[in-house]
Each structure stands twice: as C-alpha cells, then as structure tokens.
Ligand binder design. Sequence first.
Ligand SMILES: NC(=O)C1=CN([C@@H]2O[C@H](COP(=O)(O)OP(=O)(O)OC[C@H]3O[C@@H](n4cnc5c(N)ncnc54)[C@H](O)[C@@H]3O)[C@@H](O)[C@H]2O)C=CC1
Ligand SMILES: O=C(O)C(=O)COP(=O)(O)O
Length: 531
Amino acid sequence: MTKPRVLVSDKLSETAVQIFSDRGIDVDFKPDLGKDKDALLAAIGDYDGLAIRSATKVTEKLIGAADRLKVIGRAGIGVDNVDIPAASRRGIIVMNTPFGNSITTAEHAISLMLAVARQIPAADTSTRAGKWEKSKFMGTEITGKRLGVIGCGNIGSIVATRAIGLKMHVLAFDPFLSDERARDLGVEKVELDELFTRSDFITLHTPLTDKTRNIIDAGAIAKMRDGVRIINCARGGLVSEADLAEALKSGKVAGAGIDVFETEPATENPLFDIPNVVCTPHLGASTAEAQENVALQVAEQMSDYLLRGAVSNAINMPSITAEEAPVLKPFVKLAEVLGSFVGQVAESAILEVEILYDGMTANLNTKALTSATLAGLIRPQVADVNMVSAPIMVKERGVIVSEVKRDKSGVFDGYIKLTVKSANQTRSVAGTVFADGKPRFIQIKGINLDAEIGRNMVYTTNNDAPGIIGILGTTFGSNGVNIANFQLGRNRPGGDAIALLYVDDPVPEHVLNKVREFPEILSAKPLVFDV
Ligand SMILES: NC(=O)C1=CN([C@@H]2O[C@H](COP(=O)(O)OP(=O)(O)OC[C@H]3O[C@@H](n4cnc5c(N)ncnc54)[C@H](O)[C@@H]3O)[C@@H](O)[C@H]2O)C=CC1
Ligand SMILES: O=C(O)C(=O)COP(=O)(O)O
C-alpha cells in the first residue's frame, strides 16, 4: 500500500502533524494554504486527506479538483465551511471532533456574557486612557436573571449548567431536547417565542443551517424584553447583523457579545462602531487545551480511516470501529456483491430495495452493510460510487430503501438477502460468508444453490430440461472458455432453473450469443465482480 498523504491547510496544533507522521502518513503542514483558494485548488489533487478548521472553505469546486481525496477532517465542530453533499457525491468522508472544543467554547460564551454585562472591554480601554469613568460603566448583575439558550446540545448544555452555577435561571429551546434531559440539566424547556419574551440574556448554540439562519432578526428582536443582551458564539448568520445593529442603536438590545460573523475574517462590520458590543475574532475554540484535543482527535480519526478503514464521527457515513473493520470487511464485500449482482441483471429503473439481515448479520453494523449493498447496486450505472456516496445517490433517485433484521432462521449462522423491485420485476439474491472469509451466493430468485463468487461469471435462466450442462459446457469449451465452477438450481423439477458459472476470463459476446440460440436458454448474462 502506498503511503497516504494528508494536507493540513489550517492552523492546527502541530500535535496533528506528529500523529500523522507517527502513524506512517506523509503530511504537509501548510497552515495558511486554506486562506489561499487558488493555491489550495492547485495543490489538493495530491492528497488523500485534508485536515482543516474554519478558515479553509471546502467548496464544490475544490472537491471537483480533489481526485484522490478520501477524507476531510474538521478539527472542531461546525462543518458549515464544507460542501457536504458535494463531498458525499464524490465518496469523500467528512468527519469532525464533536466534543474536543465544547467546554472551551461554552466558557467563551459565559466570558462574553459577563464581559457584556459589565462592559469590561470598554471600561478597560477607558481606564488605560486615564479617564476613571466609574459612573459611565454601570453594569447589570446576572444572579437571578433569565438566560435563554437556543440550541441545547453539547455546548448549549454546558453553558446552561455553568449559568445555573452562576445562579441564573435557564430557559432552553431545542426541538430535540427531551423533558427528561431538561430536568436533568435543571433548565426550563420552552418554545422559541417564550424564550424571546422572557429572557434577559440570550445565547445561541445551534449549527448554521437553512432553518437556523437569521433565527434572530428584527421580528425576533421585537418580541424580546427591552434591554435584552445577546451572545453569539455559534455562527455568524444565526443573527442578522444589520437588524441587531439597529436594535442596539435604538436601545432595544442593551448589549451583544459576538464571536462569529456573517463574513469572516470580519475586518469591517456594522457592529464594530456600536458601544456595548464586545467582539472577538472567532475565538470560541481557541484555548491550548481545546486545540490539543481537536488536533489529536482529528489526526487519529483520519489515520484510522486511511490506514484501517475505521470510521468515527463522520457526518456522511455510519461509524465503523477499528476493531469492527476487519470483522465487517468480508460482509461488506458480500453486501457489495449482492448489490452488484442485481445491479448488473436489472433492466429497468429500481424503485424499492429491501435488505434482510438474518441471524448473526443482524448484529453487525447493518447501516454500513446497507451502504455497501447500495454501492454495489448502482455501480453498474454510476461507476464512481462508494459507501459514502451510494445512499445519497439512491435517495436522489427516489428509491425507497428498507432494512429488516431477524433471528437465525435457516442452516446458516446468518445471511443477507437483497430484494429489489424495479418497474417490471422483483429480483432477489441471498448470500453469506463462509469460514474461509469468502462470500457465496446461497439463493437466487428463491432457488437455493451454493456458488463461489469469481471475478467473471455467467448467469443463465433456463427451462429445467435435460442437457443444459452439456449446452453450456460444450459451447464454452469449444470456444476456449474455461469453467472454474458450475452451479445449477431449480425451483421444482421441470420448473424455472438457473445456472451460475464462474469462468476464468470474460466470455466474448459472440459466445454468449451462441448459448442464447438454444431454446432452453431463456437468458445469459455476463457478470463481473470486484472480488
Ligand atoms: N465559536 C466557536 O469557535 C465555535 C462554534 N461552534 C458552533 O457551535 C455549534 C453548536 O455546537 P454543539 O453544541 O457542539 O452542537 P450540537 O450538535 O451538540 O448541538 C446543537 C443543538 O442545536 C439544536 N438545534 C438544531 N436546530 C435548532 C433550531 N432550529 N432551534 C434550536 N435548536 C436547534 C440541535 O438539536 C442540537 O441539540 C456548532 O454547530 C458550531 O457552529 C462550535 C465550536 C466552536
Ligand atoms: O469548532 C467549531 O465549530 C469552531 O467554530 C471552531 O472554529 P476554529 O477551529 O477555531 O476555526
């Protein structure tokens, strides 16, 4: 295996570089490259992995030039700077480090809240200027005040518990916050409008999505208490800067603590000229501790993926642990082969896919196996597809996918059965992995068999009549096609029958046509499997 190559294009701790090198990965540490779009575009084609923070914008254009890229690792939480659908379509895994900087960011939100409440930056500047303006900087106490937390996930809940420690009453709005979790945290769960109308301070901790963009705008501010203070340590774009600036000028909003901006780096901004606004340059995650955490974690995760196929904290792919990866590998192969079989024989548009996990296969990572099945299924139509891109591509095509799990029901410890409904037919194929670690077909069209899977195969459907073995054996043999393995099956004597032949080399079309001339042979298809 050639050594994977990783580019670090943002200011990550050098711990990341050390870890990549120690794990045997070639690493280029170019912390300023992320800011230079053109240089990054020119360089990206040489790398298998890209490690970033928020300064590198991973656009569709960049992904289009990333011919070798397999993984993007975000040393941090927010991945709104990565075009995830574009990465998924190209089969590139996007992973983040969901906990490494959350305490640090929560602490920054609390710091900004206190700094705004007591106008510490302005008081500092004034004092250093020799003004001693004691009465100008009258503050507000936070004890007993209501803090509204919008988004009560990792960071929001840390902020909430810290604020409770500071004797604040916390109101939380988060559509995914359960009553039980709210009780455990000691917060009052409320709807957004109630949070707006009752809070003295409001802090934002949601990701930036189409739903959360401008969650605080003029309309939201109008519902708030006069003199409310707003803290944004999550993402610029959650708060309309123009509307906030107006509300600060009118006095409706008494102060704001802003770490993140609609456009970053923010060198000019409508908020900069307004007093009672405390600004920091996206420092939420910037502590030595957090930066060590996220650098270490992202480098370990990316190395595990590039070297061992383990997937953790991926946004666009189910997790696969390093221990699980080798166990799962033959079943991933089996799943791909099952999908590939149907994908190669299907003649009309696929409408529905059902994957049945029987016995021990139901206890494996079926999400990953389903992704592999889908990749095999659509690879005959879209060559450049893998476990990351297959689910999104299948979804884009409107195909309904379902998974069924059940206890062991037959002679095998477990097997996978794929049933695919297309416009004019329903097809099914089942397989398992034998003790030798190799996948086998055990059923096709409901007909039992035990077929070894080779790279080149021929699949025929035929009438159950005498002489089929002779027809296939003689026609192939007289045309120089060597058969490695031959499997026959039928649903009942004289009924539907199939044959599956594992051949040494691809069978030329003119030889298949000769086979097709026999009236007993209903169809003959060449198949290729990546085994
Ligand atoms: N300033 C900085 O340097 C940093 C900023 N961040 C930002 O903080 C954000 C939150 O991080 P975590 O708490 O770790 O994420 P998380 O995923 O644990 O929590 C986000 C919460 O927001 C909730 N949410 C989603 N849509 C919502 C909506 N419409 N209204 C209310 N709640 C909604 C989710 O249910 C979830 O509980 C990140 O997405 C990132 O953008 C994160 C780290 C550092
Ligand atoms: O982790 C996040 O979401 C952050 O916003 C931190 O950003 P940064 O890594 O400091 O550029």
